[in-house]
Every structure is written in C-alpha cells, then in structure tokens.
Design a protein around this ligand. Structure first.
Ligand SMILES: CC(C)(COP(=O)(O)OP(=O)(O)OC[C@H]1O[C@@H](n2cnc3c(N)ncnc32)[C@H](O)[C@@H]1OP(=O)(O)O)[C@@H](O)C(=O)NCCC(=O)NCCS
Length: 164
C-alpha cells in the first residue's frame, strides 16, 4: 500500500505540450514573483499574465527549443526550457544549449526535481549534437546559485546594469 502511494506521488518528467501552456504561464509568473527584489526581473508588466500565455505558446511551437515539465499526480510542479542557440559568429561552438525558465514549486524542492529536468534537457541537447550548456541566473538568488554550482555550471560572465 505504502509503495503504491509512493509510486502515485512520484515526480515524472515529460515534454511539455500546448495543453500545458496556461499552467506553464502560471509557473513563469511564480518564478518572477520570487525575484521581486531583483533590478531586472521585478519590473513586471501589468498585462504579464496574458503575455505569459502567449509567450509560452510561441515557445512551445518553436522547433529550436523544448520545454520539459515535472509532474506529480498529473499536476505540473516544475519546468525547464532549453534552446538550441546560435553562438557568436567568431567563436566556437557555432550552437549551444541555453537553459532558461527553470522553476520548481517550493513544496517539492530538494528532491531532485531540477536534476531530473536537467537530465531531459541534456538528452535533448545531445540528440541535437550540442556539446555545451549555458544559462544566466540572478546574482541575488541563492537557491539558483547553489543549484547551478551543484550541477556543474561555473560563472564565466556577469551582467551589469546602469540606468540612463
Ligand atoms: C533552483 C531550483 C530550480 C532547484 O530545484 P530543486 O528541484 O529543488 O533542485 P534539486 O533538488 O534537483 O537540487 C539539485 C542540487 O542543487 C543544490 N541545491 C538546490 N537547492 C538548494 C538549496 N536550497 N540550498 C543548497 N543547495 C541547493 C543541491 O546541491 C541539490 O542537490 P542535493 O539535494 O542532492 O544536495 C528551485 O529552488 C527553484 O525553483 N527556485 C526558485 C526559482 C529559481 O531560482 N530558478 C532558477 C533561475 S536561474
């Protein structure tokens, strides 16, 4: 009985579909809400909820990127986006995997959900012949810093901002 219950509540990862767009949009807004003191990500547009759905649908329709969702009891509790990104025209590699829009609901954190989502993104990237992953994270987000450090990403560049 206990084993059956555990199996029912296990977190699974699958590719996102158009039917997931509204829930994914919700998680994107939750991700931004956790960055409400950040200089860039706190500047939410008033119509962000509607835009989030439209943006998600556009991204789900793109052949150059993939989204994977983590589900628990059929509810989406985590998300990752992976883009086949063109590199700088003077540098190698010509393309790399750009990780973006990563979110795991607070109730299921520290259970390896991000690790599972990353496994799916890595497999997708390798299938496309990509050999490198990159991502940006907010400098004031200790959870992201801890997670990306643990998953083998080192800091190679910084984003600076100055008002005009
Ligand atoms: C960052 C985030 C995606 C991690 O998701 P998660 O499912 O909890 O991550 P995992 O359980 O797979 O953890 C992977 C490793 O990262 C590290 N890590 C994750 N959260 C951590 C924390 N709060 N403190 C210290 N280390 C942490 C650990 O080394 C962990 O491995 P371990 O549990 O075996 O020690 C999640 O905390 C989140 O959604 N945060 C808010 C949004 C966000 O920051 N998104 C990333 C934007 S770039």
């Amino acid at each position: 009985m206990a084993r059956a219950a555990a199996a029912r509540t296990r977190v699974r990862v699958r590719p996102a579909t158009m039917a997931d767009a509204e829930r994914i949009a919700e998680l994107r807004l939750a991700l931004l809400a956790e960055h409400r003191s950040n200089a860039i990500y706190s500047r939410l547009r008033r119509d962000a909820p509607a835009r989030a759905i439209e943006l998600t649908r556009d991204q789900l329709a793109s052949e150059r990127e993939a989204m994977f969702v983590a589900t628990k009891d059929d509810r989406i509790v985590g998300l990752i986006r992976c883009i086949d990104q063109r590199g700088h025209r003077l540098l190698r590699p010509a393309r790399f995997a750009l990780i973006s829009t990563v979110y795991v609901e607070p109730a299921v954190r520290r259970r390896g959900v991000l690790r599972s989502l990353m496994d799916a993104a890595v497999a997708w990237s390798r299938e496309r012949g990509l050999t490198e992953m990159r991502l940006q994270n907010a400098a004031d987000n200790p959870l992201a810093i801890a997670a990306w450090d643990a998953l083998g990403f080192r800091v190679v560049e910084q984003i600076r901002l100055r008002p005009l």
